[in-house]
Design a protein around this ligand. Structure first.
Ligand code: ADP
Ligand code: ADP
Length: 227
């Protein structure tokens, strides 16, 4: 089976106003692929990603990883959100933030240290281990959030507009960082963006969603050749 299989996934928010955010989305992702999901603001991209991550329970359909139905947030999955400011623990240093998921997985101390060291090196944060999030710029904070996600060496990395809140230069740096890390780490990545340029620059494949309720209107391979 494919690394990730999303079958007829639908979600309707209930409450004061019912709103169907995604309707019947089906696609497969092969291991190692970087798939960008692009669509207009408010179309249901975040909802789709949150359903895949089991952060919300879809109203219909199914998500499988390695052929197994996903129930509860799987251990080999990590998520990076746009809002890095709210996702980091403010009372923990950079090292503490990146080490946190490894502690919860009971990775032995020596191995933890080595992982943290290597991951911080990947994202260009060596030397900032002892700083706290409030001492860092937005771009650096988002590096910490990405490092924390990568520390567990997730099989599947979900990213929701990860570069939307940083300045242009930082964004270029982080995009290249992502491509570099991916080459070294063999992670399957699903990245949501509203930016077509970004999706074509980063993706091996681009899924284009319609306006809400989101459904896939195009599934495009990206092959820019050897530039
Ligand atoms: P996108 O990520 O593409 O901007 P979202 O998935 O955040 O889109 O939202 C899709 C639609 O669902 C939007 O119309 C949004 O207003 C609505 N929506 C999102 N979250 C909720 C919620 N918790 N309750 C009701 N409607 C919601
Ligand atoms: P984005 O477009 O960046 O994905 P949104 O502005 O759609 O973010 O949503 C921001 C937050 O507000 C999310 O947690 C979403 O679930 C919630 N939200 C969005 N629309 C609604 C809504 N109509 N009712 C309740 N919560 C909503």
């Amino acid at each position: 089976p494919s690394m990730l299989e999303v079958s007829d996934l639908g979600h309707t928010y209930t409450g004061q106003q019912e709103h169907t955010a995604i309707g019947g989305v089906t696609f497969d992702v092969d291991a190692g692929q970087l798939t960008c999901i692009v669509g207009p603001s408010g179309c249901g991209k975040s909802t789709l990603l949150r359903c895949i991550a089991s952060l919300i329970r879809p109203s219909s359909g199914e998500v499988r990883m390695h052929g197994q139905p996903v129930r509860g947030v799987p251990e080999d999955l990590a998520v990076v959100f746009q809002d890095y400011g709210r996702s980091l623990f403010p009372w923990m240093s950079v090292r503490g933030n990146v080490e946190f998921p490894l502690r919860s997985e009971n990775v032995p101390k020596e191995q933890r240290r080595e992982r943290v060291r290597q991951t911080l090196e990947w994202v260009g944060l060596s030397g900032s281990e002892r700083k706290y999030p409030w001492q860092l710029s937005g771009g650096m904070q988002q590096r910490v959030a990405i490092a924390r996600a990568l520390a567990c060496r997730p099989a599947l990395l979900l990213m929701d507009e990860p570069f939307a809140s940083v300045d242009a230069q930082t964004r270029f740096d982080l995009e290249d960082l992502l491509l570099r890390v991916r080459a070294e780490q063999d992670t399957t990545i699903l990245l949501v963006t509203h930016d077509i340029d970004e999706s074509v620059y980063l993706g091996d494949r681009v899924l284009v969603l319609s306006r809400t309720p989101a459904s896939i209107v195009a599934d495009l391979p990206v092959d820019l050749g050897d530039e």
